[in-house]
Structures are given as structure tokens and as C-alpha cells.
Design a protein around this ligand. Structure first.
Ligand code: 5GP
Length: 141
């Protein structure tokens, strides 16, 4: 298997070298909005520790990421009046992974509304800012 590349785009976001719309941060995890959301509130939850995907992450870091994904899922229901949540996580190119720092997709869902196709729509920064603020407020409420 390939090894972790510290120059992947999410590593740059974690180091603050590239911008993002932050939703949540603690000592071991970071969450921000996907720039090409498949539904409003589509959030990516990452470990801060360098890990390519589920194949190389330390089990405790993985457990923490999943705990944070649960908090984001619950907040997404409150913030967006969602009826459900889709959680996805891809591993290696053959598994559908495009960015090679582990991330869990948390996508609020409305009854009867299909997901937009992957990478089909780049959201406006103002809308992402509004959605990140809604999620952050739901997380602290
Ligand atoms: P995956 O690796 O799980 O298949 O997909 C990577 C995800 O990252 C995609 O949903 C894509 O829209 C998102 N993405 C790619 N580049 C960026 C970026 O620069 N910023 C943010 N916030 N999301 C990104």
C-alpha cells in the first residue's frame, strides 16, 4: 500500500495552509464542509494524526473520528431539519477515495431528496459559511 503523503490537500487544510469552512475542532479531530456538497451540510471529519485511510489509522484515532462523526450527524439533524444522515468513508482509489488523508463524510438527508452526484456542484463560499455557522451553533446548543 502507498504511504501517507503530507502534501495532500487535507493535510494542508489541517496545517492552516489552505482555507476551509470549519465546523468542529478538538485536540484529535477536525471537521469542515465539503466544497462540493452532495447535500446541504455535507461535512468531512478528519483525524489530526496523519493517516491515509482506514488501513493505516491507529484504532484509537479511528474511534475518536467516529465519535465526532456521530456528534456532527446529530447536529446536522438539528441544524438542517434533516430526516436522516448518510455516512460514507472510502479507502484507496479502488475504494473510491480521492483525497488521501482519512475522512468520514457526514451528509444530512431529507426524505425523498437524492444525493447530488459526487463532485458535480461547487457550493458558493457564502452558503458554505452560513451552513458551517449553523452546524457549529447546533453543536454547541
Ligand atoms: P473522497 O476522497 O472521500 O472520495 O472525496 C474527497 C472529498 O473531498 C470530495 O467529496 C470532494 O468534494 C472534497 N474536496 C476535494 N477537495 C476539497 C477541498 O479543497 N476542500 C474541501 N473542503 N473539500 C474538498
Amino acid at each position: 500500500m502507498p504511504t501517507y503523503d503530507p502534501n495532500n490537500i487535507f493535510a494542508k487544510i489541517l496545517r492552516g495552509e489552505l482555507p476551509c469552512h470549519k465546523v468542529y475542532e478538538d485536540d484529535k479531530a477536525f471537521a469542515f464542509l465539503d466544497i462540493m456538497p452532495r447535500a446541504p451540510g455535507h461535512t468531512l471529519v478528519l483525524p489530526k494524526a496523519p493517516a491515509r485511510n482506514i488501513l493505516d489509522i491507529a484504532p484509537d484515532d479511528l474511534a475518536h473520528v467516529i465519535k465526532v462523526a456521530q456528534k456532527i450527524a446529530q447536529a446536522g439533524i438539528r441544524a438542517f431539519g434533516a430526516d436522516g444522515v448518510t455516512v460514507q468513508q472510502f479507502n484507496e482509489g479502488a475504494g473510491g477515495q480521492v483525497v488521501f488523508h482519512l475522512h468520514v463524510h457526514v451528509i444530512p438527508r431529507k426524505e425523498g431528496l437524492p444525493l447530488k452526484p459526487p463532485a458535480s456542484f461547487k457550493e458558493e463560499p457564502d452558503m458554505l459559511k452560513e451552513h458551517a455557522a449553523k452546524l457549529a451553533a447546533a453543536l454547541s446548543g
